[in-house]
Ligand binder design. Structure first.
Ligand code: ATP
Ligand code: MG
Length: 112
């Protein structure tokens, strides 16, 4: 299993959710977050300019999926969240050791 953490534009949340539901992702956690990437919160930067680091509002989407669904999820998120402009966001993939469904005690893929 893998955890997929996507940081996307807030306005893209609904599209990303729909794209993930369409590939049968059955659980999802979201947070409002603030962050910055390479532009350090600036829409444009020019060489030599001084600028302060600003945090921009983003939406963080966390899902855990079976290994064989990772590439489909990456494709779904990327296609739904992309505008082609800077600040479209990023996807992080990390291994997940175990998942437990509290109600039943299910473990692993069966608990997703
Ligand atoms: N290396 C990182 N570690 C943690 N969070 C990050 C990292 N890079 C980006 N983020 C998060 O993703 C958000 C969007 O990043 P952003 O899309 O601006 O990335 P970028 O690398 O600057 O790409 P682009 O050039 O397309 O803007 C940031 O506001 C931040 O919340
Ligand atoms: Mg950026």
């Amino acid at each position: 299993m893998k955890q997929i953490t996507a940081v996307v534009r807030p306005g893209k949340l609904d599209a990303v959710k729909a794209a993930l539901v369409a590939i049968d992702v059955v659980g999802m956690t979201i947070n409002d977050v603030r962050g910055f990437g390479r532009q350090k919160g600036q829409v444009e930067i020019y060489r030599g300019n001084e600028f302060t680091v600003d945090f921009l509002s983003k939406m963080r989407i966390t899902i855990v999926v079976a290994d064989d669904k990772v590439e489909a999820a990456i494709t779904a998120i990327t296609e739904a969240a992309r505008t082609g402009e800077i600040g479209d966001g990023k996807i992080f993939i990390t291994p997940v050791e175990e998942v437990v469904r509290i109600r039943t005690g299910d473990r692993g893929n069966a608990a997703l």
